[in-house]
Write a protein that binds this ligand. Structure first.
Ligand code: SF4
Length: 326
């Protein structure tokens, strides 16, 4: 570890002022402290925001859910409203990390977490995300767990969050507070693809703080769920995953929300799969045909070609689980 200063704030105005001055926000600390220990990140000032009043879950006037940025993962997963209305969120959270980490980590921190690319965390390796312009060791290295969608010639790292995949599928909104006031942006615009600037991962302005993630109301009944495929049954990141929510009425799929994880540089919205489903009647044939669109545009690397078929199968299986047809 190295010297850094630490300040704790108790209101959002003080937090934003400290953030504007260059401080890094910290709450659960489950990612940032690890990265500081490994000297991957070296913030000069930490701003502890864990006392801010951002720890509530509420139902919005329109019937959606507003999840405060400081709600712990475990609390969000167990919340009766979340479980009842969006099981896909609860399941994504419960399949993440470990029980101990879920008790500490927050929703805001979860979507802000940085990639698990091993080269990013190895300060001796070339990594454009950690050190812009230094290269990407994963391109010619061991890239089995890396992305096949949304990659660039500068970075092929996956985004590691599970719940972010559910938020992407459900078309959530991220609420922010910064020096210029409050603003809200679609979740799809919050996390950035690497392009030529993989070091820039979120559409945050200097000093901005996540205050909440809002999930919109969707027509009921709504069935939803999250499937995660990984090398071992717990405490492991996704090789592929699928978040699915379906509104089926009168035997016809009226709305479909689908996204994939473990395959994209950001949580990957599967719009072509959704389009294939809407207006159709559930059937095994439909699930298989829709899932064929999942890996469209994939650019696999030397060691992760298996992800193309695995993603297709993951999406098909989860459509069948949520859609209810054997
Ligand atoms: Fe760094 Fe991205 Fe390359 Fe990994 S894939 S080494 S995070 S630039």
């Amino acid at each position: 570890m190295y010297p850094f200063s630490f300040t704790k704030v108790s209101d959002t105005r003080a937090a934003v002022n400290a953030g504007r001055a260059g401080g890094r926000y910290i709450a659960g600390g489950t990612t940032l402290v690890d990265l500081m220990r490994e000297t991957v990140e070296r913030p000069e000032t930490l701003v502890d925001i864990s006392d801010l009043p951002l720890g509530e879950i509420s139902v919005t006037g329109r019937g959606g859910l507003r999840i405060g940025a400081l709600v712990r993962m475990a609390d969000a997963a167990a919340h009766p409203k979340v479980r009842a209305t969006y099981p896909v969120i609860s399941q994504a959270l419960e399949l993440s990390a470990s029980a101990q980490l879920r008790n500490m980590a927050t929703i805001g921190g979860n979507i802000m977490q940085r990639t698990r690319c091993t080269y990013f965390r190895d300060v001796t390796a070339a990594c454009n995300k950690r050190e812009p312009g230094s290269g990407c060791a994963a391109l010619e290295g061991y890239n089995r767990t890396h992305a096949i969608l949304g990659t660039s010639t500068d970075c092929v790292a996956t985004h590691p969050s599970d719940v972010a995949v559910a938020f992407a599928a459900l078309e959530a909104t991220v609420h922010l507070l910064g020096p210029d006031g409050a603003r809200s942006i679609p979740f799809a615009d919050f996390l950035l693809r690497p392009g030529s600037t993989p070091n820039r991962e979120q559409a945050l302005r200097k000093g901005e703080l996540i205050t909440a993630v809002e999930v919109p109301a969707l027509p009921r009944p709504l069935k939803s769920g999250y499937l995660k495929v990984r090398d071992r049954q717990s405490y492991e990141f996704a090789l592929t995953s699928a978040a699915v929510a379906l509104h089926i009425r009168g035997g016809v799929i009226r709305e479909a929300k689908v996204a994939a994880g473990g395959v994209g540089t950001v949580p990957w919205k599967l719009s072509a799969v959704e389009k294939h489903l809407v207006g159709e009647r559930p059937s095994s044939r439909l699930w298989a045909a829709a899932a064929e669109h999942a890996a469209a545009g994939a650019r696999p690397l030397q060691h992760n070609r298996f992800k193309v078929e695995l993603l297709t199968r993951t999406v098909e299986r989860q459509l069948r689980i949520v859609g209810g047809t054997k």
